[in-house]
Design a protein around this ligand. Structure first.
Ligand code: UDP
Ligand code: MG
Length: 328
């Protein structure tokens, strides 16, 4: 079976077209399939439309989260519920061309474990966002040891074994690009041209993108934390050299040390660096705090099309362990 996992937040305008387009493609593949929609606490009629679609076609299954958890968590919830041998996350705003699914499945049948949809030309985005994104992935490549392919989003095919690994990854910061890349296995990619959003609007603001970029960096790299050893060392060394120069000037040449301006610059500069390093430690401490709480990743309000009881709290490996401890 092939599973599509589609997170949906306020997508009422797009759902009919999406279901139609995707059904045609899936029927053409000639394998049993399911679509797992995750309603991410939508404020519009998304859930109603999903249930109507399910009434038409029981291969459409619906997980309704108790509130808006954000796209990455919604996707995680979908991956937990998908049952296919191959699982394909896809956006339901029609930015991901459904035709590509058939090609992905062909590659998977030929032996690939993951087939990534890579955006070829990102002309639907502005120059600034494209440049920022390419710098960012360059930085990520150097600072982390997972190879995160640039221009790759969530649209990809995952073999069952990769989904099982991802379902075992309990981290609360769901930086999916990194999480997808982490398990490894035989990975191929197919280029595609993303469409502009069919209807409605994206929920990304520049500040959210910035936070997202930091999330990726801080959750997959400890370089920003460790680099301060070297910055601090270099600063201390610089101060020592300056001290020696000043001493020699005073003792042998009678030159007085320069005063006020240099003092102020050094003080302000280093206080700035100290605050910055504190802030970066804070980023990691906040993440440790989030992880340590060990809350479930998502809460399912209700679901349709699954055999388990209808009220279910999403659990990652960690919280399952915690509840076993309580029981024993
Ligand atoms: N989405 C979601 N929860 C959210 C925001 C978005 O499930 O809080 C879904 C949305 O319905 C869509 C997908 O995630 O199917 C991608 O969202 P969007 O188009 O806003 O992001 P972009 O394509 O700009 O990355
Ligand atoms: Mg979109």
């Amino acid at each position: 079976m092939i599973s599509l996992v589609a997170p949906a937040y306020n997508e009422a305008k797009n759902l009919v077209a999406f279901v139609e387009a995707v059904t045609v493609v899936l029927d053409g593949i000639g394998e049993p399939w399911e679509i797992v929609f995750v309603d991410d606490g939508s404020k519009d009629d998304t859930l109603g439309m999903l249930l109507a679609a399910r009434a038409n076609d029981p291969r459409i299954k619906v997980v309704s989260l108790a509130r808006n958890f954000g796209k990455d968590v919604a996707l995680t919830a979908g991956l937990h519920h998908a049952r296919g041998r191959a699982v394909i996350p896809i956006d339901c705003d029609l930015q991901h061309p459904p035709e590509l699914i058939a090609q992905m499945v062909a590659r998977w049948r030929a032996g690939a474990d993951m087939v990534i949809g890579v955006r070829s030309k990102r002309t639907e985005e502005g120059f600034f966002r494209r440049t920022a994104s390419s710098w960012y992935y360059g930085l990520m490549r150097r600072m982390t040891n997972v190879a995160i392919p640039p221009n790759a989003g969530d649209f990809r095919l995952l073999d069952r074994k990769i989904v099982e690994v991802i379902n075992e990854m309990p981290e609360r910061t769901r930086f999916m690009k990194g999480i997808f890349a982490w398990p490894g296995f035989k990975t191929e990619s197919i280029e595609f041209q993303a469409n502009v959003r069919a209807g409605g609007k994206t929920t990304w603001s520049p500040f959210k993108l910035w936070r997202f970029a930091l999330d990726g960096l801080f959750s997959f790299s400890t370089v920003p934390l460790k680099i301060w050893t070297y910055i601090g060392g270099a600063a201390a060394l610089g101060a020592f050299v300056y001290l020696m120069i000043t001493l020699i000037q005073k003792l042998f040449f009678g030159i007085d040390a320069e005063g006020y301006a240099s003092l102020l610059i050094v003080m302000l500069g280093f206080n700035g660096l100290l605050l910055l390093s504190n802030g970066i430690q804070g980023e990691y401490i906040a993440r440790i705090f989030d992880e340590v709480k060990g809350r479930p990743l998502f809460v399912v309000g209700k679901k349709w099309g699954f055999d388990e009881p209808s009220v279910h709290v999403g659990s990652a490996a960690q919280s399952a362990e915690a509840s076993r401890d309580v029981a024993s």
